[in-house]
Design a protein around this ligand. Structure first.
Ligand code: FAD
Length: 307
């Protein structure tokens, strides 16, 4: 019987693993791979304490730091495929047929960004096609940016870009903007912003780097092009939660609902942290911090319950 199973090898999972090992909690960390979503990033400039590091470099550092801990078991190259509640504990299964029993679980399985699925998106990924405005808006100083998607994340991307770009387009598929009305009004007042309604993105243009975007004007049925040096795609993210079934409560966006003081889920014995949860801001440092909070809280829980 394990004390804890951590699911995920991103910044959340690894931070949790290091803290759990140092608390001598009997832990197994199961991860498909290390590094998490920013693995593909060419340059991460806001990982605190490190001025600049590639996604791959960050992944290597995370894995190395975790593996230097003597008191943790690691099962990588594996996916958790199911969790069942047993009498006062949980049974965790992996895709390749392994099964473990544990008193507690910390879910740090993150999410993945929804993609447009249009030509140019994959080819120009990281070459002007970007996914994180908090991280990458500073790359577009004096340049033109297009933001695809006008939910709250899209509006935030516009706001982030306005500090750097000379012009920011916001493309929305209908005439109804899902994002917060107050933020929308605020950004619309800025003369650098142009909101394009009824715009369905058809292609991201560019040879070596993004040079523009082609969209269908759904009102006139005409294809149009605009010039842009960067395209932020903000059409939602999908949390990795299938393996939990109905064990924990989730939001309308399928994020795990947690108590933000403790990271506890609705299911006693299960905690969650990072991008898989209903927290608002998606960042490496935040996932790591939330995961540490979860470990400290479940350490108290294990102690108090003499588990
Ligand atoms: C392209 C890009 C660039 C970014 N750049 C930055 C940046 O510069 N700075 C910044 O702060 N943030 C950046 N972000 C955001 C940041 O990457 C995320 O906020 C962060 O990775 C979330 O960490 P996490 O540990 O919660 O989840 P994730 O990073 O999503 O990690 C989840 C982990 O769980 C594993 N996993 C998933 N399902 C299972 C399962 N069933 N079983 C076992 N393991 C599983 C995954 O393989 C992965 O290891 C970027 C995001 C993207 C997409």
């Amino acid at each position: 019987m394990l004390d804890l199973i951590i699911v995920g090898g991103g910044p959340g999972g690894v931070a949790a693993g290091i803290y759990a090992a140092r608390k001598k909690i009997k832990t197994l960390l199961i991860a498909e791979s290390f590094g998490g979503q920013s693995l593909v990033s060419a340059d991460i400039q806001n990982w605190i304490g490190t001025k600049s590091i590639s996604g791959l470099g960050l992944a290597q550092n995370l894995e190395e730091h975790l593996r230097t801990q003597p008191d943790i078991e690691i099962l990588d190259g594996n996916l958790v495929s199911g969790v069942q509640k047993t009498d006062g504990a949980f049974k965790v299964q992996t895709k390749n047929g392994k099964s473990f029993e544990t008193k507690t679980i910390l879910v740090c399985s993150g999410s993945f960004r929804r993609r447009l699925g249009v030509p140019g998106e994959d080819r120009l990924d990281g070459k002007g096609v970007v996914w994180c405005s908090t991280c990458d808006a500073p790359l577009f100083g004096g340049k033109i940016v297009a933001v695809v998607g006008a939910g709250n994340a899209g509006l935030e991307a516009v706001r982030d870009s306005l500090a750097y770009a000379t012009k920011v387009y916001l493309l929305n598929r209908t005439d109804k903007i899902r994002g917060d009305a107050v933020t929308l009004e605020e950004i619309k007042k800025n003369p650098k912003v142009e909101v394009i309604y009824w715009a369905e993105t058809k292609e991201i243009l560019g040879d070596q780097f993004v040079s523009g975007l082609k969209y269908l004007d759904k009102q006139t049925n005409q294809e149009k092009e605009l010039k842009a040096d960067g395209v932020f795609i903000e059409i939602g993210s999908v949390p990795n939660v299938e393996f939990l079934g109905d064990l924990v409560q989730k939001s309308q966006f399928n994020e795990i609902i947690v108590d933000h003081k403790t990271q506890k889920t609705s299911q006693e014995g299960i905690w969650a942290a990072g991008d898989v949860t209903d927290q608002v801001y998606r960042q490496n440092n935040i996932s790591a911090g939330d995961a540490v909070k979860a470990v400290l809280n479940l350490y108290d829980y294990l102690g108090k319950n003499n588990k």
